[in-house]
Design a protein around this ligand. Sequence first.
Ligand code: FAD
Ligand code: EPU
Length: 332
Amino acid sequence: MYPLQTLHTFGLHACAQEIEYIHSLAQAKKMLNNLAGRSYYILGEGSNTVFLEDFTGSVLKVAIKGIALQEHPEHYELHVGAGENWHELVEWCLDRDINGFENLALIPGTVGAAPIQNIGAYGVEIEQFIQSVEYLCLLTGELKSLSREECQFGYRDSIFKQQLAGKFIIGMVKFRLAKRWQANAEYAELKALDNPSAKQIFAKVVEVRQAKLPDPKKVGNAGSFFKNPIIPIVLYQNLLQRFTSLPSYPVDKQHVKVPAAWLIDKLGFKGKYIGGIHCHASQPLVLTNNGSGTGEDLLSLAKQIKQAVKHEFSIELENEVQLVSNSGLVNV
Ligand code: FAD
Ligand code: EPU
């Protein structure tokens, strides 16, 4: 058995039957016959994955490397291996005055995982820079490419979490970054910046994130545990009668998004412990592991939160993290 504790940022004690490193999609293609009938889990840096217990299958860790840069008159094109670290790519670009990724600084994980949930923070989502995503189809062994439109990006969502779920390994992502850059400093914490450069936005985002979110190198966590729920405006208006300060962000004519952190905070979960699992004191949407937590403790706290939110606000929280049990993915 192979220990997984250091391969997922939540850090629960769990093992897999086998771990294989994938260095290219050609290598992955050769492995496909061996995978038939076996259970496996494709892993980047494990910052959105929690192994709740021992996994009776193989973990395929994507380690496909390489960054290629092409310069065009109006834009840069980047071809980046799925196993590259996201934050290092952000720094690599800023060092070369290639701007655009700065709002997404310090998001843990790999480049290959970024399009799957359309990583987003501080007013920017990765979809706006994606030109295409190259992947191996696990059903047919074909190498395929999807354009940005074909990826069907949404809030923490894409075709990879829907129709293609479980059927692909991403090998490379192609990005397009315009040379003409405009700051995106609309998010509350960035608004105070006066005509900021990309590097100033980067520095501010890093500062805010370090103040608010626990560092997974020190305290086990997987970032936001639940998604921010998108609810009908009618429900929002009903809730406002009881909870006059409930914040909302516009989505479309019929829906708004509400911060799950606010709902969880209101219910008094902030700071609550079950065993070694903690509802983080400065960001209650983040659950943490003090080192002695178990999958059972985590599910138990997550279920309590989910049930309380449903009971009080009639809102169904959905997990944002991927929870892996002994035989595969589960929900709270
Ligand atoms: P993993 O956890 O390894 O995998 C995530 C999913 O992608 C799994 O389903 C896995 O099977 C699949 N997968 C991974 N790589 C591949 C591949 N190459 N091919 C096929 N499938 C693959 N996210 C945000 O959007 N915004 C944030 O601000 C943010 N902040 C965070 C802060 C902290 C402290 C932490 C711990 C996490 C945060 N996250 C955030 C979540 C996380 O960083 C992202 O989801 C990230 O993209 C996960 O990358 P990973 O390589 O660690 O993915
Ligand atoms: N809030 C409270 N109490 C708290 C903290 C927050 O009520 O203790 C309320 C406040 O109203 C605040 C709101 O929650 O304005 C939103 O909080 P915050 O700005 O910290 O962001 P979030 O909605 O909780 C989302 C993402 C983060 C991303 C930040 C910044 C999701 C699920 N989470 O968090 O992504 O970094 O915005 O853009 O969309 C992740 O996905 O892992 C992640 C960390």
